[in-house]
Design a protein around this ligand. Structure first.
Ligand code: INI
Length: 168
């Protein structure tokens, strides 16, 4: 019979780092609230959550790299909001932040989730940060639990892993 591994949503014992950009703080604070909510609802202890604040989305990759390097966290969640302005700056910030975070995720053994909104205006960002279209911070943090438990299953070939076992 084929084995199917897909992780789970039991974050018990997981240590999670959240990196949040201060730029567009009105939006990123809502993403942060959603991420914390997702983690604690799924068993992650408040004491096992570390929140690191950086100036903007462009700083997220390097800060994530330094955190991943320590081995202190089972998963990292990056949160930011880039909205289209009048110049090309928007595309550099969003592109480099996405590419940088993907690079870090591949370079380290833990999930590094991309929770940076890239929208054309603030209205779209509001809708995706606890508005009509959900909260991308919540989704991203939940996906972090799924990925951390999945990686443990891949490494240890069991379907019953929880974050508690993972952190040992
Ligand atoms: N940072 C963001 O997080 N969102 C943006 O929309 C944004 N724009 O458009 O300028 C932004 N710029 C700042 C950037 O992330 C760096 O903090 C800055 O360039 C210093 O390195």
């Amino acid at each position: 019979m084929a084995r199917e591994l897909s992780g789970n949503v039991d974050g018990t014992g997981l240590r999670v780092g959240i990196l949040v950009a201060q730029f567009n703080e009105a939006i990123t604070s809502r993403l942060l609230g959603g991420a914390r909510d997702a983690l604690t609802r799924h068993g992650v202890r408040e004491d096992d959550i570390t929140i690191v604040s950086v100036p903007g989305a462009l700083e997220l990759p390097q800060a994530a790299q330094r955190m991943a390097r320590t081995g202190e966290w089972d998963a990292l969640v990056t949160l930011g909001c880039v909205t289209k302005g009048e110049t090309a700056h928007f595309s550099y910030v969003s592109g480099e932040s996405a590419r940088g975070i993907a690079d870090i995720a591949r370079a380290f053994d833990i999930p590094v989730m991309f929770g940076v909104l890239t929208t054309y205006d603030t209205e779209q960002a509001m809708a995706r940060s606890g508005g009509a279209l959900g909260n991308r911070g919540f989704d991203c943090a939940l996906a972090a639990i799924k990925m951390a438990t999945l990686y443990h299953q891949i490494d240890h070939d069991t379907n019953n892993v929880t974050g508690k076992e993972l952190s040992r």
